[in-house]
Design a protein around this ligand. Structure first.
Ligand SMILES: *Cc1c(COP(=O)(O)O)cnc(C)c1O
Length: 817
């Protein structure tokens, strides 16, 4: 691990892995070389970890997720292995700069937003906590689209992230499982005397494993993320080859391999596409076959299966795992239904991520019948037994049964995937306290009634390794100087910073670190977007997917209000602000895309108006992804968390920003509530209606009353509606104005506007007192201990998975575990 050893390794890899001399190596060669040299240092611990889990016959937790939004790995791996400094100087002596090399890496963007990033933070925490956990997902050939902005509009480009190869993955061509689709079910009497089922005449696709090492901090445990790629089955090929139709055979091979081609870029609406259900079943079936194979290697019989295997479903996306487990146990391994169900319902647990009805997955029964006929039968059987049981417990309530049923009988019959996930799981969790309460009182109230106690809360968290140590080395350094580096694995230690909030020296350093981050971001904005922003201005930042419920529009209304005030000269001592927004819109979400365009049009007018005198700038940073988040988050003064109360399940962006010393302006929504509790109400800018107030107002809500009652609001909306920001096409934003004024303003922007603007005024005032601002920022960082994903994952491990840490590296661990 010394600099010298790393240098030897770099030299070897440059020559033998990239076959280049120093003189003709490209930056990409250097990236690959460095990645291989670092990877070598992971492999031994990784193999040891896997070996030790096997020897200890550890109970394992499997995290099934259709998304893992990992981002880059090189810096993360060197920091977690604590070889960052050695790597830097080894490269420096070879004439290379580590930071520039790290910039060559493509993000692994195998996710949309919060849900996928949560899965990636969890993997980091699982390994750091030495927990025997595996991530299972899909190796998409194309991840989340790259966003560019052309004439103010979002353009989507394919994310060909594997183009130059991926040095972190290990293909396992020998690890293949068949996954069946279509076909029909044959009932037969088995030798055990029971009626059993064969699923025959199927189209098969092969799932091939690609493994990626996941190092924990300190590098003791290196866990595995196993992603599946679709490969055509030999049978499939031979059928055509034997018919002599070579070209058709190759074309069809491509078709079946399309399964793992692309990530669906929709994060909060379910499109109900056949390929999506196929992707779900594909990775679930391969993952369960793999788990059962691993179990079978050192167990006889199935009785211990639920003692050895815990499976977490990240949202309903993998909930087809429940009938698939039943199929594997009953049809393939010939268990009796009751035994199989007893095991299955001890194995699974399910995390819900949203209350929004349009995001709750359901599939047409007809689609299931065609694609997964045996699973539909199993779902019917699960449903029948479940409803029987409810009927006995709560006799005479037919409507309750209809509401609970796994099948939605209203209109075209559909399978309700969340109901399947709840019925088949021993524990269901929400992702923040409010979200869990709302789950119990609204969407899943009937389940709370018939199975009280099944739904529990697990407030989300983020990994402080990536989101503070890696993203913000300047702040990380001064924190470590004061309180040591224990915070990296025990984030509660940040509390000790409270003692430094009044310390002039620390205050200066903290302020300087923030300023340096802002200058770096300002430089980036200047170079990439040719917009000059003042690093001394208040950096007011909203970064997240673009969605109506997240209310980027409310932010825009505030910007227009500030613009009007500055032009009118009514607020001469207004504080200078740079409002930064970033985020992708789902390609099919027209309103979200229109909001992006409005942001860019408003920015164009505001940034180029000489009357504004640089007091206000608005910037839309294109292509929000993990790497851009790492650049933007450390530079934030103000974190915008302004969703309509009751709509954001948790949020994790809110945590990253507060952890990096941003003050939050936010509603009582999702984890904002808990952040406010932890950092202190006096260090949090609260505004807007609470969830119960939103609920109470909704039936009698009249947005026009707010419009007519507030002159600044009316002026801002009139400017949007009349085409002030798009003189070349005045009607461009009529739809936005209509959504708010004529179609009911579903997310109640107008109701919260006055409160938001008043709160922003307080933000501006406080910012004029840098000492007080910085003190509160320090208290925010100090209060963020709870929001480490280590805390979250430990809670899952203790309360849901019942898995314990394993000593993976020492001889003593080998003896005792
Ligand atoms: C953290 C993160 C998110 C989630 O942000 P929210 O504000 O919680 O919606 C989305 N995308 C990326 C790239 C992230 O890093």
């Amino acid at each position: 691990m010394s600099k010298e050893e790393i240098q030897v390794s770099l030299g070897d890899h440059l020559f033998y892995s990239s076959s280049k001399y120093h003189t003709d190596a490209t930056m990409h060669d250097w990236f690959q070389t460095t990645a291989y040299a670092v990877r070598d240092r992971l492999v031994e611990r990784w193999m040891k970890t896997m070996q030790r889990y096997y020897e200890k016959d550890a109970r394992r937790a499997y995290y099934l997720s259709l998304e893992f939004l990992v981002g880059r790995t090189l810096s993360n791996a060197t920091l977690n292995l604590e070889i960052n400094e050695q790597c830097k100087s080894a490269l420096y002596e070879l004439g290379q700069e580590f930071e520039a090399i790290a910039e060559m890496e493509a993000d692994a963007a195998l996710g949309n937003g919060g849900l996928g990033r949560l899965a990636a933070c969890f993997l980091d925490s699982m390994a750091t906590l030495d927990l025997p956990c595996y991530g299972y997902g899909i190796r998409y050939e194309y991840g989340m689209f790259r966003q560019s902005i052309e004439n103010g509009m979002q353009m989507e480009h394919p994310d060909n992230w594997l183009r130059y190869g991926n040095p972190w993955e290990f293909p396992r061509p020998e690890l293949l499982y068949p996954v069946k689709f279509y076909g029909r079910v044959v009932e037969y009497r088995h030798e055990d005397g029971l009626l059993r089922h064969h699923w025959v005449e199927t189209d098969d696709v092969m799932a091939m494993a690609y493994d990626t090492p996941v190092p924990g901090y300190g590098g003791k445990t290196v866990n595995n993320m196993r992603l599946w790629a679709a490969k055509s089955s030999r049978d499939f090929e031979l059928r055509y080859f034997n018919q002599g139709n070579y070209i058709q055979a190759v074309a069809d091979k491509n078709e079946s391999e399309n399964l793992s081609k692309v990530l669906y870029p929709d994060d909060s609406t379910e499109m109900g596409r056949e390929l999506r259900l196929k992707q779900q079943y594909f990775f679930v079936s391969a993952s369960l076959q793999d788990m059962l194979y691993r179990y079978k290697k050192n167990h006889t019989g199935w009785a211990q299966l639920p003692d050895k295997v815990a499976v977490q479903l990240n949202d309903t996306h993998p909930s087809i795992a429940i009938p698939e487990m039943m199929r594997l146990l009953v049809d393939v391994h010939k268990l009796a239904w009751d035994d199989a169900w007893g095991m299955t319902s001890r194995i699974f647990s399910y995390t819900n991520h949203t209350l929004m009805p349009e995001a709750l997955e359901s599939w047409p029964v007809a689609m299931f019948e065609l694609m997964l006929p045996r699973h539909l039968q199993i779902i019917y059987e699960i449903n029948h037994r479940f409803l029987q049981q409810v009927m006995h417990q709560f006799p005479g309530d037919g409507e309750l049964l209809q509401r609970l049923s796994l099948i939605d009988e209203g209109g075209v019959r559909r399978v309700r995937m969340s109901h399947l996930a709840i019925v088949g799981s021993h524990t269901v969790n929400g992702v923040a306290a409010l979200h869990t309460e709302l789950m119990k009182s609204t969407i899943f109230a009937d389940f709370e009634y018939v199975m009280p106690g099944k739904i529990i809360n697990m407030t989300n968290g983020v990994t402080p390794r990536r989101w503070l140590n890696q993203a913000n080395p300047g702040l990380a350094r001064i924190i470590t100087e004061r309180i040591g580096k224990g915070w990296l694995t025990d984030l509660d230690q940040l509390q000790r910073l409270r003692g430094y909030a009044e310390d002039e020296g620390f205050w200066q350093q903290f302020h300087a670190a923030k300023q340096a981050n802002k200058e770096r971001l300002a430089g980036l904005i200047g170079r990439q977007l040719s917009i000059e922003v003042d690093p001394a201005s208040l950096f007011d930042i909203q970064i997240k997917r673009i969605h109506e419920y997240k209310r980027q529009l409310l932010n825009v209304l505030h910007v227009i209000t500030l613009y009007n005030r500055i032009r009118a000269g009514t607020h001469p001592d207004i504080v200078s602000r740079t409002v930064i927004i970033a985020g992708k819109a789902a390609p099919g979400y027209a309103m979200a895309k229109l909001i992006i365009r409005l942001i860019n049009d408003v920015a164009e007018i505001v940034n180029n108006d000489h009357q504004i005198g640089g007091k206000l700038k608005m910037v839309f940073i294109p292509n929000y992804d993990v790497s851009n988040a790492e650049r933007i988050v450390p530079a934030a003064d103000l974190s915008e968390q302004i969703s309509t109360a009751g709509t954001e399940a948790s949020g994790t962006g809110n945590m990253k920003l507060a952890l990096n010393g941003a003050l939050t302006i936010g509603t009582l929504d999702g984890a904002n509530i808990e952040i406010r509790e932890e950092v202190g109400a006096e260090n949090f800018f609260l505004f807007g209606l609470a969830a119960e107030e939103v609920k109470a107002l909704r039936p009698r809500y009249d947005p026009l009353a707010f419009y007519h009652g507030n002159a600044e609001l009316k002026q801002a909306l009139d400017m949007i509606a009349s085409g002030y920001f798009c003189p070349d096409e005045p009607g461009r934003y009529a739809e936005i104005a209509d959504a708010l004024l004529k179609h009911g303003d579903g997310f109640m922007l107008l109701a919260d506007y006055a409160s938001y603007v008043a709160c922003q005024d307080k933000v501006g005032e406080l910012y004029r007192d840098p000492q007080e601002w910085t003190k509160r920022a320090i208290l925010n960082v100090a209060g963020m201990g709870k929001f480490s994903s280590d805390r979250t994952v430990r809670e899952y491990a203790e309360r849901i998975w019942h898995v314990a840490p394993i000593d993976t590296q020492t001889e003593q661990g080998k003896a005792n575990g």
